[in-house]
Design a protein around this ligand. Sequence first.
Ligand SMILES: [Zn+2]
Length: 251
Amino acid sequence: MPRHIVCLTFDFDTQSGFIARGMMTPTPLSRGEFGLVGARRILALLKDHGLRATWFIPGFTIESHPAACDAVVQDGHEVAHHSWAHVPPAQQTRAEEEADLIRANEAVEKLTGRKARGYRSPSWDLSESTIDLLLAHGFRYDSSLMGADYWPYRARRGDVAELGKPFRFGAETSLIEMQPARSVMENWLDEFRYMQQSVEWGVLTYTMHPYVIGRGYRMLALEDLIKKLKDMGAMFMTMEDAAAEAQAKMF
Ligand SMILES: [Zn+2]
């Protein structure tokens, strides 16, 4: 039986991404604030369709907007790790990165009762320490890399890239890479169609931001997408469940 999994994922940044980029005047902050409106709309839509999703929530959002984050948990969605302050790891020392990772994980644990199983980097870029830190802190999956589309793979450490020399792969780890698809809305359905045509089993991840997708016309497009995916036989699940299925099936 073919099995085509869809993970809907929401990066619930609110103001954190703007603050991390030094954009602290009222207008960019209000763009981030709109994420709270978007999140309410998304939760209502997911509830209407009986779907569970994965929310990557920075510690900043958990501590700034606790009621909005509690609503995500109350509706049964997965909460995953998205840093505390939304600073890209490649801009941090290893010690700074680990301190931020621990602080954010404590916020996740306080919100949900357990530490995060999954991680997505702010800006989708990892540092050379990130994979080691995720393994050391008990993560099962990452969703920041783009080395595949429908087949999860094992994240590696120690890849060697040098100008003027051939690329060398490092060693595979136990961390499962669940890549994040970030495509424009017209291509959303085609990504799923191609997965159905090309593999018997696969996982397609859609990455959205509540402050972007939460605008009215985009919410209509998201609802349309969900209906069409349902009609086409998509299996909706959280990233944690999809990673567990990948682990059992592929590794
Ligand atoms: Zn983000």
